[in-house]
Design a protein around this ligand. Structure first.
Ligand code: KIV
Length: 283
């Protein structure tokens, strides 16, 4: 049966009914298709593609064009899933008009359902303008990878009363600015719980515990593909990195020792054509 794509109102209802929303990142057609077949509620085309696909050490080099190309592929792979495009570094920080135009590109060129951007009070003018432009905008606070330099690295946030209070103030400001949902990253579960209780909009967690309205994970972490580092909050459900290396090794070994390819992998000539070819060559 064809799946029904969720709307903002469905996500809100899920929060109100204490039903957890589950989402995952995807950067390409086939991962998106598997995510849809697995029944994910949402897919994020994260700018984590910089690390997971392009091998950068962080998300800062990622461009708008890269995000659009990958979002297009994900849209094709998951036509019935709520897809969120991630605004890359410098696509919204410089000015409010830039933010609206780039959010619009995600919608017009890639057909996403919403966009996400990082930051608290300081990006509220952008969130408000995007919402006034008729688009759905998700906030993202806590560990915000695009500003990890300013945060002093990829570190958990909101672990003291004062920093937690600032995060809660950011969360309120984001809701007031018109965001339809909020993602909280690498924050203690108790702080995420307070944010969840405080806001009417859905509050999702990546590394922020079990009290949120739902969970996000990075596909390359869940599958055990990303090998550079593993954050504390990651649970690997597979080790596809190791399995892939083993499959490649096996293929190389078979090709080298002649056990691949075999008869069943060959396209033979039409019966009777080989002698004719030999004759043609002799003539
Ligand atoms: O880019 C991404 O995948 C993200 C997550 C780290 C939340 O923004």
């Amino acid at each position: 049966m064809q799946k029904k794509k969720l709307s903002r109102l469905d996500l809100l209802k899920m929060k109100q009914e204490n039903q957890k929303a589950v989402w995952i990142t995807a950067y390409d057609y086939w991962t998106a298709s598997f995510a849809e077949q697995a029944g994910m509620d949402m897919i994020l085309v994260g700018d984590s593609l910089g690390m997971c696909i392009y091998g950068y050490s962080g998300t800062v080099p990622v461009t708008m064009d890269q995000c659009i190309w990958h979002s297009e592929a994900v849209r094709r792979g998951a036509p019935y899933t709520f897809v969120i495009g991630d605004m890359p570094f410098l696509s919204y920080q410089v000015s409010v008009p830039d933010a609206v135009l780039n959010a619009g590109r995600f919608h017009k060129e890639a057909g996403v359902d919403a966009i996400k951007l990082e930051g608290g009070t300081r990006v509220c003018p952008q969130i408000q303008a995007i919402a006034e432009g008729g688009m759905l905008c998700m906030g993202h606070i806590g560990l915000t990878p695009q500003s990890s330099g300013q945060l002093g690295g990829f570190k958990a946030q909101g672990r003291t009363a004062e920093t937690a209070r600032d995060l809660i103030a950011d969360a309120r400001a984001i809701e007031d600015a018109g965001a339809f949902a909020l993602l909280v990253e690498a924050v203690p579960p108790e702080v995420c719980g307070i944010i969840r209780e405080t806001l009417k909009i859905p509050v999702y967690s990546i590394g922020a515990g079990w009290e949120a309205d739902g969970q996000l994970m990075i596909c390359s972490d869940v599958l055990g593909i990303f090998q550079a580092f593993t954050p504390k909050f990651v649970k690997k459900y597979e080790n596809l990195g190791e399995k892939t290396i083993n499959a490649f090794k096996q293929y190389a070994q078979d090709a080298r020792n002649g056990t691949f390819p075999k008869e069943e992998h060959a396209y033979r000539m039409v019966e009777g054509e080989l002698p004719k070819l030999r004759k043609l060559l002799d003539d």
